[in-house]
Design a protein around this ligand. Structure first.
Ligand SMILES: [Zn+2]
Length: 145
């Protein structure tokens, strides 16, 4: 059984789901062959199906959602975890992710990362991006330049 568990762990490591992602539960796991992996998943109840959860942890052959163990293959990724914001390269303060509306920009539905003057920052910003993810990436890239 050990080899099978190792093989399963490897599949879980490569499934593309990570801590902080949002996933949806697609089905329960009751098939006999799925149990041969030996993990103790608690997915015999239908109450989780169709709901979205934040991935709390991934270990011992299970993905933890709301304190409950799930096999990765009954989960569908909905949203990637937001990458962490690096501190401001100019003043070292912690920046904020803001929607463009918050800065009275003429663009709507966009995002920027700002080292806010209101929070003792220096006022520097990233470029505007279409998604939170892109804005964070742009900011973090700027930091490393
Ligand atoms: Zn700053």
């Amino acid at each position: 059984m050990k080899d099978l568990r190792e093989a399963y762990q490897l599949m879980q490591d490569n499934c593309g789901i990570k801590v902080g992602d949002t996933v949806r539960v697609l089905r329960i796991s009751t098939k006999k062959e799925e149990k041969t992996y030996g993990a103790t998943w608690v997915t015999q109840t239908t109450k989780f199906i169709g709901k979205e959860y934040l991935v709390e942890g991934m270990y011992n052959g299970a993905v933890i959602l709301a304190g409950v163990r799930f096999p990765f293959f009954v989960l569908e990724k909905i949203k990637d975890a937001e990458p962490e914001l690096k501190p401001c390269p100019f003043c070292g303060e912690k920046p904020e992710l803001l929607p463009s509306e918050a800065l009275n920009a003429k663009w709507h539905n966009q995002f920027t990362v700002c080292c806010s003057i209101n929070a003792n920052g220096c006022g520097s910003t990233s470029r505007y991006a279409d998604s939170k993810q892109e804005a964070i990436k742009a900011w973090n890239k700027r930091v490393s330049v």
